[in-house]
Write a protein of this length. Structure first.
Length: 145
């Protein structure tokens, strides 16, 4: 099926679009929770499952020929991060500004896992999506747009 029939991001366009919509609405608190969950995920197993899941995602992108879709999704995430104001200082009593590179990296990992969801094992998908599992529940992505 060509990209015009599958959508901009391939067969998982709906999931990617819904994630981006919800991510744009995420609060400072939500993003802090996602970062905290990411740190917990890494510490729980020494980072090995995360690295394995990232490798599986890279293979899935290559094998499914979704490099262009991945580039487009990354561009959308970059635009969203730039305009969302996540990284601006927030007035007290809120926490300090979020570390931009970390938030964008963790969001990009979840976004990429959604892009190739149909090509990942449930374990690899869950590992990469875990930071956002409570903030943007996977089962609610379909009704976000």
């Amino acid at each position: 099926m060509d990209d015009t029939l599958r959508g901009l991001f391939g067969p998982n366009t709906g999931l990617v679009d819904s994630f981006l919509v919800r991510l744009a609405r995420a609060s400072h608190h939500d993003l802090r929770r996602a970062l905290d969950r990411w740190h917990e995920t890494l510490e729980a197993a020494g980072g090995t499952p995360w690295a394995r899941a990232e490798d599986a995602t890279a293979r899935a992108i290559a094998e499914s020929d979704r490099r262009r879709a991945h580039e487009l999704a990354a561009d959308r995430l970059g635009d969203l991060a730039h305009h969302a104001g996540w990284f601006r200082p927030v007035p007290p009593p809120a926490a300090a500004p979020l570390p931009e590179a970390c938030v964008e990296y963790v969001a990009a990992s979840a976004l990429t896992a959604l892009l190739v969801r149909d090509r990942l094992s449930p374990e690899d998908f869950s590992t990469l999506y875990a930071p956002f599992a409570e903030v943007i529940p996977f089962d609610r992505l379909h009704d976000a747009a």
